[in-house]
Design a protein around this ligand. Structure first.
Ligand SMILES: *[C@@H]1O[C@H](CO)[C@@H](O)[C@H](O)[C@H]1NC(C)=O
Ligand SMILES: *[C@@H]1O[C@H](CO)[C@@H](O)[C@H](O)[C@H]1NC(C)=O
Ligand SMILES: [Zn+2]
Length: 292
């Protein structure tokens, strides 16, 4: 029985769609067995207390239950982050925390304007955030910079981009969108298109183009993600790797060092990803001294 419950829960997470969750809900409610009610409770607890497990590169790889972690409240400007090493969860502080101050993490991606963040928190975790970023609408103007209509159409185009199957099609659409766009790169919808373009190029082995798209994302990433944010560091590392691959060792060194300084805090010196980063940096150093 438990196994089948677990199986159902796993499937629920994979769908990640409220509508499908709702239909499961309605189905469970129609079967008024006491056990079903227990399952329903369990289900509600799990959806609110689970963590999406990401690998070192912040790609989602699953969902896990870490009961002690569920004690942490959310902030859109948290003082802690969670990074994974295999199945191991690390909670790390990313700010000076005065004695007695509450530890917080962000339950959601913070690269969203206030209203969207609040909607997601309400929908998924059933509370309204009142952190300083939410109260001041911090960075909302930058996130939606540019013509309002153009920004909305870019957001809609982004949704249809996700439907595309082949990377060639994704790249073609991204290029068409970016060519016709009048939006600044700090507009988050434009930024996500740049990201998709970079990822499509990487998958297609178009390293040079990937680098050009990647470079455009770095400044906006720094604007939206706090000083010590793992997502920012991973993005820098991606771009640094592309520069390294291109033999632009000086630039690679600068970018990878920036990533290193962030990851020292967000991932910790002993995280496996730091070994990769150290090797890349050493490679740059020896390439630069060899060319002298
Ligand atoms: C989380 O927030 C609630 C409501 O503000 C508070 O009662 C609780 O103590 C907080 N939890 C922690 C671990 O600080
Ligand atoms: C890293 O690992 C070394 C050796 O295992 C250990 O001595 C050191 O305390 C660790 N550093 C951190 C920051 O965890
Ligand atoms: Zn908030």
């Amino acid at each position: 029985m438990l196994r089948s419950v677990q199986h159902t829960l796993c499937k629920v997470f994979c769908w990640r769609s409220i509508i499908k969750k709702m239909s499961l809900f309605i189905f469970l409610l129609t079967v008024k067995h006491p056990l079903i009610l227990d399952i329903l409770c369990l289900f509600l607890q799990v959806t609110c207390n689970s963590f999406t497990i990401s690998d070192g590169e912040m790609q989602d790889v699953g969902v896990g239950l870490y009961p002690s972690m569920s004690l942490l409240n959310h902030s859109c400007d948290p003082n802690c982050v969670i990074v994974f090493e295999g199945k191991c969860l690390h909670l790390r502080t990313v700010k000076e925390i005065p004695k007695g101050e509450e530890l917080t993490i962000s339950y959601i991606d913070v690269m969203m304007p206030t209203r969207q963040r609040q909607n997601q928190l309400k929908r998924q975790y059933c509370f309204t955030c009142d952190c300083h970023r939410c109260l001041t609408g911090d960075k909302d103007k930058d996130m939606l910079a540019g013509d309002e209509q153009a920004s909305k159409s870019m957001e809609m185009a982004l949704a249809s981009l996700k439907e595309l199957q082949s990377q060639n099609k994704v790249l073609a659409m991204c290029k068409a969108l970016l060519t016709s766009s009048q939006l600044p790169d700090r507009n988050i919808h434009q930024l996500k298109v740049l990201d998709s373009a970079m990822d499509a190029c990487i998958k297609l082995g178009l390293w040079e183009e990937a680098l050009l798209f990647g470079l455009r994302t770095l400044q906006p990433y720094s604007l939206y993600y706090s000083d010590y944010h793992p997502v920012k560091a991973i993005q820098m590392m991606k771009v640094g790797k592309l520069q390294h691959y291109h033999g632009i060792f000086h630039d690679a060194m600068v970018t990878l060092k920036q990533a290193f300084n962030v990851m020292k805090i967000t991932h910790g010196e002993n995280h496996t990803i730091m070994k990769d980063l150290t090797e890349l940096l050493e490679d740059c150093t020896s390439a630069i001294s060899a060319s002298r």
